[in-house]
Design a protein around this ligand. Structure first.
Ligand code: NAD
Ligand code: TYD
Length: 408
């Protein structure tokens, strides 16, 4: 990508010639300037808010603007630790808006060094109930963000993109947060970044479409962009629609736990602080145009995850109900992480300690999850689980013992 320093970017810059813009360097080097300004879209959700909290708590001068539509899944309370701390709040701004709205997006992208896109409809079951919102945010929304970045790259190339301290800003780097679900179900082995995409739910298809758009902008317009594919993520502040928080909160209330099918589907669990840390690592050190898997290195059958969280809670297996399976349910996800390891990233949180801490967090933060399990929650829950639970069976037969996928 070309950048031509030396143009008159602002009145001030016209008086005093701007300092040259550093050329982007390869992996290993830092692709962002020191103390960057980031636009974090979807930053009031589960993983995005962790990313924001982690970076601002470090106090390294990074500034963050969050753009979030505050759908049912977004919650400003997830950013309360940032907003309550004056030194962090001084480097933080929240804007409520839709990534599919260029009138909101364009001015925000004009002022940043990078865009990190977490915004998405993120729940597979909801994508089966109603796919349209997934496409609007995952395709149109990503396109609006990419167009804004393309315009800013053109301004940077023309030397008309002002930054702080009379320096010209580089073109913005774009990071698309994607998922292992774009590979589809993986019966054996591990997915590599150049494997074929085979999404099998509307959610995964929308995420794959977003990735393809990003790649097209790299190839066609030379956009500086990277993609991450994270595995199943868990931890504090996760919306209680997802497996681990749903089952913890149901168990705390003594309600049944709706386990789909035989409970032997396998997921690779990644703690949210590791997911957010890996995304930041790729943002700084990933090579433009590349995609990086972020595995968790904790492949478990759903049944075993449920047994572990019940043990931590001291609740009985008899709460588990075996219910009608999710249509098109992917049996297994598993990714190879050597490309990310080659960039120097290592996860820090083991599944056992991460799950125990997550259970404890939900137990200690009842007010947070109760405020989410109100209003629209009841109608969603009835639609998703009403008939399933009415016809559900005790799950004693799948409580333990090796299943067909066990023994890896
Ligand atoms: P989440 O549902 O908790 O948060 C999504 C956030 O995006 C919410 O704050 C929501 O308000 C916001 N949002 C939705 N549509 C928007 C729009 N049009 N404009 C602006 N904001 C909008 O999701 P999450 O679990 O934090 O996932 C974040 C990202 O990570 C998603 O892109 C998801 O596909 C990806 N991912 C998630 C997992 C996982 O296990 N949770 C794993 C891999 C990848
Ligand atoms: P989920 O947390 O929805 O993540 P994903 O579908 O992205 O993997 O589900 C994790 C696994 O748990 C998945 O195999 C589906 C299963 N599951 C249940 O068995 N019951 C439930 O109520 C939910 C939400 C998920």
């Amino acid at each position: 990508m070309s950048e031509r320093p030396g143009g008159a970017a602002t009145d001030q810059a016209a008086v005093d010639p701007p300092a040259p813009v550093d050329a982007l360097r390869g992996p290993g080097a830092d692709a962002l300037p020191p103390a960057p300004h980031l636009l974090v879209t979807g930053g009031a959700g589960f993983i995005g808010s962790c990313f924001v909290r982690q970076i601002l708590a470090r106090g390294d001068g990074t500034r963050i603007t969050v753009l979030d539509k505050l759908t049912y899944a977004g919650d400003r309370a997830n950013l309360a630790p940032v907003e309550a701390d004056p030194t962090q709040a001084a480097r933080f701004r929240f804007v409520r808006g839709d990534i599919a709205d260029p009138t909101v997006v364009d001015p925000l992208v004009g002022d940043v060094d990078a865009v990190v896109n977490f915004a998405a409809e993120s729940h597979v079951d909801r994508s089966i109930l109603g796919p349209e919102a997934f496409l609007r945010t995952g395709v149109i929304g990503v396109h609006v963000l990419l167009e804004a970045c393309r315009r800013e790259a053109e301004r940077a190339a023309a030397g008309t993109r002002p930054g702080p301290r009379r320096r010209l800003r580089r073109a913005p780097r774009f990071l698309q947060v994607s998922t292992d679900e774009v590979y589809g179900s993986v019966p054996v082995g591990h997915s590599h970044e150049d494997d074929r995409l085979d999404p099998r739910s509307p959610y995964a298809a929308a995420k794959a479409a977003g990735e393809l758009l990003v790649r097209s902008y790299v190839v066609t317009y030379g956009l500086d962009a990277v993609i991450t594919r994270g595995s199943n993520t868990y931890g504090p502040y996760q919306h209680p629609e997802k497996l681990i928080p749903l089952f913890i909160t149901n168990a705390l209330d003594g309600q049944p736990l709706p386990l789909y099918g035989d409970g032997l589907q396998r997921r690779d669990w990644l703690h949210v602080t590791d997911h957010a840390g890996a995304i930041e690592h790729v943002l700084h050190h990933g090579a433009s145009g590349e995609t990086y898997n972020i595995p968790g290195a904790a492949e478990r059958a759903n049944r075993d995850v449920v047994a572990a969280l019940l043990a931590r809670l001291g609740k009985p297996w008899s709460l588990v109900r075996r219910v009608e399976d999710r249509p098109g349910h992917d049996r297994r996800y598993a990714m190879d992480g050597s490309k990310l390891a080659g960039l120097g990233w290592r996860n820090r949180v083991s599944f056992e300690e991460g799950l125990a801490a997550t259970v404890d967090w939900f137990r200690a933060n009842e007010q947070w999850w109760r405020s989410i399990r109100t209003g629209d929650w009841d109608s969603y829950y009835e639609r998703q689980y009403g008939a399933r639970l009415a016809h559900g069976l005790p799950a004693a037969d799948i409580a333990s013992g090796p299943g067909p996928n066990e023994g890896r």
